[in-house]
Write a protein that binds this ligand. Structure first.
Ligand SMILES: Cc1cc2nc3c(=O)[nH]c(=O)nc-3n(C[C@H](O)[C@H](O)[C@H](O)COP(=O)(O)O)c2cc1C
Length: 332
């Protein structure tokens, strides 16, 4: 990036650091479906159409969630550099139109909470391993709910054994439907389980233990065929905190908004020492989604299903270099 491409009077190093932090957001199969245009008065967030996952995410809903999560990271990184970000979500953002535009909204004051979230953004990882069998305290739960609401979304926390059993059944059913779909499997294989050298996708080291039929929570096998050691006697925690993040509305803007809420929730969880993994199957399979809403009494729009608890350390997944995320500046 040369000096001419910086925004808001920040140095290239500061902008580079902010985009790097944005790119640490989660995305389905670690597809990293975002790009940025850096202009003197704004930073635009764009979807990357070449990183779509048509079999897993045909409507680009999860792509927009991931971009929203990257946007949240960008916001806190800019605040840390002393800029208050003014964020506008753009309807029908696709093609050459951005999903969101961040403009200068004045100077930002330091805040301890933002610094904690920023540190969490560097340490957050999806953790597919079993968690320790300790329930998430109710105070932590309340903080997660507040974090979601702060970004104008809603967290439905499962509270009964009946709800858990219903979710377990639906995750299993949706998982089986996806395994029976050759296009889904081809896409999954293309993006996951590749050791070494790649800057995207889910490497085998980030997989949990190999899923087995008796597992309480079906998890995708991100290390199939890698000869990974089977974990003997593995036990998933008996009572993870299970929650469905919902948006108040449907559509593109609501998905980018929900992505910001997702990231604030995940970073808040990280600051509390909690690990998280996703159970996206029942939202990705449309017929199961309708049942999920019915079973849990959700009238809003489910966007992500999460499992949270106290976990052990897991390795980071790779990211592409910032230079690969930059869109050329439009001609003046
Ligand atoms: C919307 C969304 C849905 C996801 N769904 C799943 C899922 O169903 N199963 C899973 O193991 N990981 C899921 N992930 C996690 C990604 O695989 C993970 O974010 C990516 O590999 C990058 O790794 P990191 O989160 O550790 O940085 C999802 C992520 C996002 C943003």
């Amino acid at each position: 990036m040369d000096e001419a491409t910086t925004a808001f009077g920040l140095t290239t190093t500061e902008i580079d650091g902010a985009l790097r932090l944005a790119s640490l957001a989660p995305s389905v199969h670690n597809s990293q479906p975002w790009r940025f245009a850096v202009l003197p008065d704004r930073i635009e967030l764009h979807a990357d159409p070449e990183r779509r996952l048509p079999a897993t995410d045909p409507e680009d809903r999860e792509l927009r969630l991931a971009c929203g999560a990257a946007l949240f990271n960008l916001r806190i990184a800019l605040e840390e550099s002393g800029i208050r970000p003014l964020t506008t979500l753009v309807p029908n953002g696709s093609g050459s139109s951005p999903l969101a535009v961040v403009r200068y909204g004045g100077r930002s004051r330091p805040s301890a909470q933002r610094t904690r979230l920023l540190r969490a953004a560097r340490g957050r990882r999806t953790n597919r391993r079993p968690f320790i069998d300790v329930a998430v305290p109710s105070g932590h739960r309340a903080e997660l709910v507040r974090a979601t609401e702060a970004e104008r979304a809603w967290l439905h926390v499962l509270s009964t054994g009946q709800e858990r059993a219903a979710l377990r059944e639906l995750v299993n059913r949706a998982h089986r439907a996806q395994l029976a779909d050759p296009a889904f499997l081809a896409e999954f294989t293309a993006w996951t389980g590749h050791a070494g050298g790649r800057q995207d996708g889910v490497p085998p080291g980030s997989a949990g233990p190999r899923p087995e039929p008796q597992d309480e929570w079906v998890l995708r096998d991100f290390a199939a065929g890698q000869g990974r050691e089977r974990v003997v006697g593995k036990d998933f925690e008996s009572q993870p905190l299970l929650a469905v993040l919902c948006s108040f509305h449907e559509g593109d803007l609501a998905q980018v908004q929900a992505g910001q809420a997702l990231q604030r929730l995940l970073l808040t969880a990280t600051t509390l020492g909690l690990a998280a993994s996703f159970l996206s199957q029942p939202i990705e399979v449309p017929s199961v989604l309708a049942e999920l809403r019915h079973a849990l009494g959700i009238t809003l729009t489910p966007q992500a299903v999460l499992r949270l608890g106290f976990g052990s350390a897991v390795p980071a997944t790779p990211r592409r270099p910032v230079a690969d995320l930059l869109l050329p500046q439009p001609a003046p």
